[in-house]
Design a protein around this ligand. Structure first.
Ligand SMILES: Nc1ncnc2c1ncn2[C@@H]1O[C@H](COP(=O)(O)OP(=O)(O)OP(=O)(O)O)[C@@H](O)[C@H]1O
Ligand SMILES: [Mg+2]
Length: 342
């Protein structure tokens, strides 16, 4: 097949996407497909035939994408317009963050009628917006940490905000962007006096701030493939929080798959994971992140509609645990995209 792979992009997760793209392009080529890698941040410029898009790997911090973001809509449109999509049999989305994981590119592709991998416009948009997703979780009876949503532009009455956080969530609490991934802009706030600093940090990444109660306990994730849950993974990040550095630096996190949980608890979290994924209207594959509280409750943090796809990322790890190697995983995701359009 002729497969267009969209990667890179202009979000803070650009490097992660280049790494996912690299692995996906490599696997598709090895499977004998004709692959056209396209960086949506590069307009009409095609990538070289090399499959090394990020030779030094993902760094310890997210890249500075300010200059790219200023022209991001223009760039992305130019990219999409510049390829004869009619020639591609399918489009593989290796993008993370927005635009790409948030439904906007999905909407553009829907207009072309071309099949693409993963969730559609609505599932992607809902999954990217944590507060929207959490409202749906609550409606579905899926536990999620208590939260408050603030506009970055509306932080004037800090005393009132502090008061509300203390009343509704208490301390420690978590401050994070409502609509970003890879833990960018995140702070664990132990005391009220540290809130201001956390707001200053998060504002650089988003217009919408999500504040959550801090859930002490274990870090678990459930991958989904073909609308079925994969084995559960427990993550043991060196920093306690699964932050950017612990996500992408080798040796900074331990991974246990299948996670050490009873059969009943394993089935329970898998069932909740699939329910959360379906509740948002996500399709084909993804990943649902949880905190497992000290009183043994699974609290859903979010659904990732385009999860990391390097060979060692979480969904590939979980798939491998049931004998699905990376090339087969990529192939199955392509086939699911083709099946959906028939
Ligand atoms: N309420 C919370 N209580 C405890 N830890 C939390 C909480 N929210 C987030 N975290 C920590 O921060 C990490 C990132 O949070 P979350 O999954 O919500 O954001 P993300 O940046 O979208 O992640 P991803 O890279 O998976 O897209 C979690 O994996 C967890 O380690
Ligand atoms: Mg997450």
């Amino acid at each position: 097949m002729k497969i267009l792979v969209l990667l890179g992009g202009t979000s803070f997760e650009r490097d992660v996407s280049l790494a996912s793209g690299e692995a996906i392009v490599d696997a598709l080529k090895k499977a004998g497909h004709e692959v056209i890698p396209v960086d949506t941040a590069k307009g009409k410029k095609l990538l070289s035939s090399s499959t090394q898009f990020l030779p030094e790997g993902v760094k310890q911090k997210p890249p500075d994408v300010k200059s790219l973001q200023r022209i991001r809509k223009e760039l992305t449109l130019k990219t999409i317009e510049s390829f004869d999509l009619k020639e591609a049999d399918v489009i593989f989305l290796a993008l993370h963050g927005a635009p790409g994981e948030d439904g906007t590119i999905q909407a553009l592709l829907d207009m072309t009628g071309k099949p693409y991998t993963g969730s559609g416009m609505l599932g992607s948009a809902l999954a990217m917006n944590k507060a929207m997703a959490k409202k749906i979780f609550e409606y579905e009876g899926i536990l999620t940490p208590k939260w408050l949503l603030l506009e970055s532009s509306n932080l004037t009455d800090i005393a009132e905000i502090e008061d509300e956080i203390e009343k509704k969530l208490g301390f420690p609490c978590v401050v994070k962007p409502n609509d970003q991934g890879s833990t960018v802009g995140f702070s664990l706030v132990e005391e009220m006096k540290d809130l201001k600093e956390a707001f200053e940090k998060v504002k650089k990444f988003t217009g919408q701030i999500l504040i959550e109660e801090y859930i002490s306990g274990r870090e678990l994730t459930v991958g989904i493939l073909d609308d079925k849950p994969l084995p559960v993974i427990e993550i043991i990040p060196e920093h306690g929080i699964y932050d950017y550095e612990c996500k992408y630096t080798k040796g900074k996190s331990g991974y246990i798959c299948p996670a050490k949980l009873s059969k009943e608890k394993t089935e329970e979290i898998q069932k909740i994971g699939l329910k959360a994924f379906k509740a948002l209207g996500c399709q084909d594959y993804g990943r649902v992140d949880f905190r497992y509280s000290e009183d043994e409750k699974f609290l859903c943090l979010e659904v990732n509609s385009l999860p990391g796809m390097t060979v060692t990322s979480l969904v590939p790890k979980a798939a491998k645990a049931i004998g699905i190697e990376f090339p087969e995983l990529v192939d199955r995701i392509v086939n699911l995209a083709l099946k959906k359009k028939k």
